[in-house]
Ligand binder design. Structure first.
Ligand code: BMA
Length: 380
């Protein structure tokens, strides 16, 4: 029934948009599959909200890298529409990510999800290129990591003219080698959403608002896109701009690198109390309005319930996100904790509630995204 409703909506909206010109990604040389993804997501955001889950295909709280396994599939019978993966430590040339995921296996699962017809998003908690070189910081807990905010010179040190510019280029080179390897069975580059330097409005990463100037933040973004897109000729990336919680459009746009490099305006906001619904409503209102006026995609790219509510999905999240054209909502990883030492706070607290979310005609999981054929592939 849910699928039938979705197909009817798809047909009616597609007929409605016949003859209308759809916007294009920022990359003028974007591959045909990347353009198809951008335009499909542009339309889909008006039809429903895709559900995404971080590291869904890599592990769950009680299992590690099992073929075709997914916590979301265990609950609903279907995969998330959007599969999130984390690249932290790829810059170091490591075999495994900061969350111990093998990059080879990650690359395989990206290909699997693409083959199934799903959407892929990649985040990057990259190390701190400046402080990780300082020996006497080794004692501190967050030393040299993405969370090390002990120096305000990091971003300026990696931009051209800075003493860590060559090091940062090495990191971007390693990143582009991984990206270039993301190809399907026919050698076609797999399109994906890349969300680096996330949550700039917060100050808990070295690229955060009190740690680097908005000007340098924007320059960091532009330098990175220039490297990947124009220097390395990678044309299968949709770039997502992102902030943590914000209360005004002005605050949201601080550090925005420009419409010529960005494809998606996204927001991260976790539930930290009863005021969450109102705050999210406010922020999604101005973020989605701004995105539409700039012909960009939208997402609530990280969220989660932290109040142990039994009906969070249906009574808090869905009513708010349903008010706006939000492309997807993504909940963070279910950390692997085989001994059950600590419950992951990202597991849906009540399975029934999450099943109701799944059954809602508003939510889109893999089946609906496959029906929408987001890459306009032929011969499924
Ligand atoms: C954070 C936490 C960390 C993890 C990081 C990157 O929010 O989940 O444990 O290492 O994301 O995935």
């Amino acid at each position: 029934m849910k699928n039938l409703i979705f197909i009817l909506v798809l047909i009616s909206v597609s007929l409605g948009s016949l003859g209308q010109k759809l916007p294009l990604p920022a990359d003028k040389k974007a591959t045909k599959e990347t353009i198809a993804l951008f335009q499909s997501l542009y339309e889909l955001k008006n039809k429903g909200i895709m559900y995404g889950h971080q590291d869904d295909l890599m592990y769950g709280s009680t299992w590690w890298h099992e073929k075709d396994r997914s916590d979301i599939k265990d609950i609903t019978g279907d995969y998330p529409a959007v599969a999130g993966f984390e690249l932290g430590h790829i810059e170091l040339g490591n075999e495994r990510s900061l969350d111990s995921v093998s990059f080879i296996q990650m690359s395989e699962q990206i290909k699997v999800h693409y083959k199934r017809g799903g959407v892929i998003t990649l985040s990057w908690h990259l190390n701190n290129p400046l402080t990780m070189q300082i020996k006497d910081t080794l004692a501190r807990r967050q030393y040299g990591t993405a969370w090390d905010v002990s120096s305000k010179e990091v971003v300026s040190s990696i931009l051209p003219g800075g003493k860590n510019n060559a090091l940062f280029n090495t990191w971007l080179e390693r990143l582009s080698t991984f990206f270039t390897g993301l190809k399907d069975d026919n050698g076609i580059p797999i399109p994906f959403i890349f969300r680096p330097f996330h949550e700039h409005s917060g100050s808990f990463f070295w690229w955060g608002t009190n740690i680097c100037s908005d000007k340098d933040y924007s320059a960091l973004w532009r330098y990175t896109v220039d490297y990947l897109r124009d220097k390395k000729n990678i044309h299968n990336i949709l770039y997502a701009y992102n902030t943590d919680r914000v209360t005004s459009l002005e605050q949201y746009m601080q550090g925005y690198p420009g419409d010529d490099v960005i494809d998606m305006l996204s927001l991260d906001m976790y539930d930290r109390g009863p005021q969450f619904g109102g705050e999210l409503d406010n922020a999604l209102g101005f973020v989605t309005k701004e995105a539409i006026s700039r012909n960009k995609l939208t997402a609530l790219s990280e969220t989660g319930g932290r109040r142990g509510m039994q009906d969070w999905w249906m009574s808090v999240l869905l009513p708010v996100v349903s008010k706006y054209p939000v492309g997807y909502v993504l909940t963070w990883r279910n950390s692997y904790r085989p001994k059950g030492s600590r419950m992951s706070n990202q597991i849906p607290p009540s399975t029934d509630d999450f099943k109701n979310f799944y059954n809602s005609p508003r939510s889109l999981f893999l089946k609906e995204v496959v029906e929408a054929n987001v890459y306009k592939k032929t011969g499924y």
